[in-house]
Design a protein around this ligand. Structure first.
Ligand SMILES: C[S@@+](CC[C@H](N)C(=O)[O-])C[C@H]1O[C@@H](n2cnc3c(N)ncnc32)[C@H](O)[C@@H]1O
Ligand SMILES: Nc1nc2[nH]cc(C(=O)O)c2c(=O)[nH]1
Ligand code: SF4
Ligand SMILES: [Mg+2]
Length: 251
């Protein structure tokens, strides 16, 4: 998103806050979350609003869940100042870029990330793995990529296997976490395909049970064990990890 006649990149954000990483192998680590607004997908299970809010809510004191609000869109400089204010208060393992879909804003990220790296924090990118060209623009500026594998059984969308393959091809040498949200309807074929991709990418595969009030969508504990076994026939590191922040009451 470009401002009128300005060279500065702008992006709409939803929130900036300090919390405990609730997903994947870094669960339990303190991360500084920067959540972009807007997404190119519409996963059935998504727990994040799809709109672009008029303002971005920002924590003043890391982790206290007390916010001030800034009008969207923001500039990279503003985001650096807001993030540095929180990083100065408390050690964080990484700045976690999420959304919405952060890779909708590659120009903004190219201006934001070098400044964040200068303050010495690792960059953790949470992404839906469907925008390989946008990834190409920023891959040198991120340290850890947590890439979702979008399974039709849980997203309710078409499959994105070819985009995922193109995306992974650009992640050589990066730390990659593959994450698949699974539901009661997730098939053996989908899980095996996810395992094959993880094996090819030499990445850990996280099977993340969908968080839902719908008992017909929630996979049973036994079904999750079965899914793990299906995936373990294809790759060696398969972990069953729910969204811990929703269990523990963290943002
Ligand atoms: C909100 S998305 C934003 C980043 C990116 N768009 C993506 O999908 O990875 C962040 C993570 O939350 C997960 N997620 C969202 N809603 C969920 C739910 N109801 N149950 C389990 N995981 C969910 C997504 O699968 C993704 O791994
Ligand atoms: N605590 C916490 N951990 C998270 N890991 C990934 C998240 C996301 O929404 O991208 C998330 C989130 O929203 N909160
Ligand atoms: S890609 Fe991520 S942000 Fe977009 S709808 Fe799916 S889960 Fe939500
Ligand atoms: Mg979340």
């Amino acid at each position: 998103m470009q401002g009128e006649g300005s060279a500065v990149a702008l992006a709409p954000l939803r929130e900036i806050f300090s919390s405990v990483q609730g997903e994947g192998p870094y669960v339990g680590t303190r991360h500084l979350f920067v959540r972009f607004a807007g997404c190119n997908l519409a996963c059935r299970y998504c727990d994040t609003p799809r709109d672009t809010p008029a303002t971005c809510r920002v924590e003043l004191v890391a982790g206290r869940q007390r916010f001030f609000h800034l009008p969207n869109p923001l500039t990279p400089e503003e985001v650096v100042l807001l993030v540095v204010n929180l990083l100065r208060q408390l050690r964080h393992g990484a700045v976690a870029l999420t959304g919405g879909e952060p890779l909708l804003y590659p120009t903004f990220l190219r201006e934001l990330l070098p400044a964040l790296r200068q303050v010495g924090c690792r960059i953790y990118l949470e992404t839906n793995g469907t925008l390989p060209h946008a990834l190409e623009e920023v891959v040198d500026l991120v340290d850890i990529v947590a890439m979702d594998l979008k399974l039709p059984s849980s997203t309710g969308l078409r499959s994105y296997w070819s985009e995922h393959e193109e995306f992974l091809a650009r992640l050589e040498g990066k730390e990659v976490i593959l994450k698949a949200v699974v539901s009661r309807q997730t098939s053996k074929e989908e899980v095996e395909r996810a395992g094959e991709l993880a094996e090819k990418a030499r990445a850990v595969l996280v099977l993340q049970p969908v968080t839902t009030r719908d008992p017909n969508s929630r996979p049973s504990g036994m079904r999750l064990l079965e899914m793990q076994e299906w995936a373990l026939r294809k790759t060696s590191d398969v972990r069953l990890i729910p969204q811990v922040h929703k269990i523990c009451g963290w943002l």
